[in-house]
Design a protein around this ligand. Structure first.
Ligand code: SF4
Length: 215
């Protein structure tokens, strides 16, 4: 079994096959616009990763992910660098995320699966972002929302609670090569965002955990 994760310098990413379910992808909640704009196609590694993760018990998958991350010396995991979590696997992926969190890993990422997004709000040190098209209705309540700008290859990140309460404002912009917030423009780096509480991590308060191995 090859590694389940792709390693950037300071964090690791999970790639699932992108695209419609009918085409072998995992983007069940894709919109016509994002499908039109997306240039990614499923590759064999993504398919193998996905098949492994949904066909093995959460404890087995989390142990494999943790071993991969330990070998790469990273403790930040990004979900769905490509693809997404289909509805039928929501509970399974959440179970993996909970086990990963118990081992002290910080998790972020982008999804269009509202049920997954809502449920991750209760997982320790996890901040998933819900992607919604510009102008589309958005779920109310706590959590971070990403609105894509396909022309700029960027997303604007909003705290949905503020948006609901006061009309809201962009808390940060993440693009291919930079992250921007009220204090400046920075090289795009998820670990730097974590360290400096910017990007997806604006207002984030980490919880100190005694690391446990998954059951
Ligand atoms: S805003 Fe920062 S943490 Fe979020 S995806 Fe962009 S680089 Fe990563």
């Amino acid at each position: 079994m090859n590694r389940l994760i792709y390693s950037y310098d300071t964090y690791a990413s999970i790639f699932f096959p992108p695209g419609r379910l009918a085409d072998g992808g995992t983007c069940e909640f894709a919109t016509p616009l994002c499908l039109q704009e997306c240039y990614e196609r499923p590759n064999a590694w993504e398919v193998r990763t996905y098949d492994y993760m949904v066909s093995h018990a959460p404890g087995t998958v989390s142990a494999t992910l943790l071993a991969d991350m330990e070998a790469l010396d990273v403790d930040l995991l990004f979900w769905f660098d490509a693809g997404d979590c289909p509805h039928k696997h929501t509970g399974h992926i959440l179970a993996i995320m909970r086990l990963i969190a118990r081992a002290g890993v910080v998790q972020i990422g982008f999804t269009r699966n509202v049920e997954l997004w809502r449920s991750t709000q209760a997982i320790t040190n996890t901040r998933m972002v819900l992607t919604c098209e510009k102008g589309a209705s958005r779920p109310k309540g706590a959590g971070v929302i990403a609105v894509p700008d396909y022309q700029q290859c960027a997303v604007s990140l909003y705290q949905e609670g503020e948006l609901a309460a006061c009309g809201g404002s962009v808390m940060s912009i993440c693009a291919n090569s930079f992250t921007e917030d009220a204090d400046g423009v920075y090289e795009n780096d998820c670990e730097a965002c974590r360290q400096n509480r910017r990007g997806c991590f604006v207002g984030w308060q980490p919880t100190t955990l005694k690391k446990e191995l998954p059951a």
